[in-house]
Design a protein around this ligand. Structure first.
Ligand code: NAD
Ligand code: ZN
Length: 251
C-alpha cells in the first residue's frame, strides 16, 4: 500500500491542474450513509419514492421527513481526514477545485473554498412556486416548511432524479474536467448521470484518473491508479506524507 500512496503523491505533486470529483463515499467515514455500496441507503429506501419531483408532489410530508432525518445525521457529522486532506491540498495551491455530488456541505466545513455542488445542498431550500431561495441552519422544526414570501411549499434545493443539473455548476464542472491533467475520483459509484460523465470527460481529454473506492465501479476501468481503500484512511496517511514532502522541499 505504501508504494501506491507514494505513486499517488507523485502524480498529485507533479500535476498542473488537479481536480477532485467526490461522491457519497467521501462522507461515509463521517457517518453519513451512502446511497449505494454495501451499506447504502437505497437498500432500505426506494429512491423513486423519495428523491423525485413526483414523490414530492404526491407526499411532501414524507419526503420532508426523510430530508429532516438526513439533515439531523449530517448536522452531527464532522469532516473526516479525506475532506481535510482536500482542503489542505487546496490551501497548498495544488488542488484547484472539488466537484462534488454531495449535498452535505462537509467539504466546506473542512475549509475547502472552491467547491462546485452539482446536486445542490441540503442546507438550502427553494420555493416550489416563486423564486425564493434560502439557507437553513438546522433541520426545520415544522415540516413541510412554507415559503416566507408566498406561503407555498418549500423544498430542499437539491437535484432529484429526473431533474436537470444547475446549469452554471455543470458548465464549470465540464470546464474543470477539460482543464485538469489529474483527477481524484473519490467515493462515487459512477452511475448517477450526467454527473458520472465528469471523470469520463477528463479521461477522454487525457487526464490521469486516480480512483479511491473500496469497491470497483464503472470508472475503475478508466482509472490509471485504483486505490481499493476507504477514503478517510487513505487520505490521512497521504496527507502526512505530503506534509513531509512539502516541508523537506522548503528546508
Ligand atoms: P453512491 O451512494 O451511489 O455510491 C457511494 C460509493 O462510495 C460506492 O461506490 C461505495 O463503494 C463508495 N464508498 C463507500 N464507503 C467509502 C469510503 N469510506 N471511501 C471511499 N469510497 C467509499 O454515491 P454517489 O456516487 O455520490 O451518487 C449518489 C447520489 O446520492 C449523489 O447524487 C448524491 O447527491 C447523493 N448522496 C449524497 C450524500 C451526501 O451528501 N453525503 C449521501 C448519499 C447520497
Ligand atoms: Zn414562494
Amino acid at each position: 500500500m505504501d508504494e501506491l500512496v507514494e505513486m499517488v503523491i507523485k502524480y498529485i505533486l507533479t500535476s498542473k491542474h488537479l481536480v477532485a470529483f467526490t461522491g457519497a463515499g467521501v462522507s461515509a467515514e463521517s457517518g453519513v450513509p451512502t446511497f449505494r455500496g454495501s451499506n447504502g441507503l437505497w437498500k432500505r429506501f426506494k429512491p423513486e419514492e423519495l428523491a423525485t419531483p413526483e414523490a414530492f408532489r404526491m407526499d411532501p410530508l414524507r419526503v420532508w421527513e426523510w430530508y429532516k432525518w438526513r439533515m439531523k445525521i449530517i448536522s452531527h457529522a464532522k469532516p473526516n481526514p479525506a475532506h481535510y486532506a482536500l482542503a489542505k491540498l487546496e490551501k497548498l495551491g495544488i488542488l484547484k477545485c472539488i466537484i462534488t455530488q454531495n449535498v452535505d456541505g462537509l467539504h466546506q466545513k473542512a475549509g475547502s473554498q472552491n467547491v462546485i455542488e452539482l446536486h445542490g445542498s441540503i442546507w438550502r431550500v427553494k420555493c416550489t412556486r416563486c423564486n425564493y431561495k434560502g439557507k437553513v441552519e438546522k433541520p426545520p422544526e415544522k415540516i413541510p416548511p412554507k415559503c416566507p414570501k408566498c406561503n407555498s411549499l418549500l423544498r430542499p434545493d437539491v437535484v432529484w432524479f429526473g431533474e436537470p443539473l444547475p446549469q452554471r455548476e455543470w458548465s464549470k464542472a465540464v470546464s474543470e474536467a477539460l482543464k485538469c491533467d489529474v483527477m481524484l475520483v473519490i467515493g462515487t459509484s459512477g452511475v448517477v448521470m450526467p454527473a458520472a460523465l465528469i471523470p469520463r470527460i477528463a479521461w477522454e481529454n487525457r487526464a490521469k484518473i486516480i480512483e479511491i473506492n473500496p469497491e470497483d465501479t464503472p470508472i475503475s476501468h478508466i482509472a490509471y491508479i485504483k486505490v481499493s481503500e476507504a477514503a478517510g484512511k487513505f487520505f490521512s496517511n497521504l496527507i502526512n506524507l505530503i506534509d513531509k514532502h512539502v516541508t523537506s522541499k522548503q528546508n
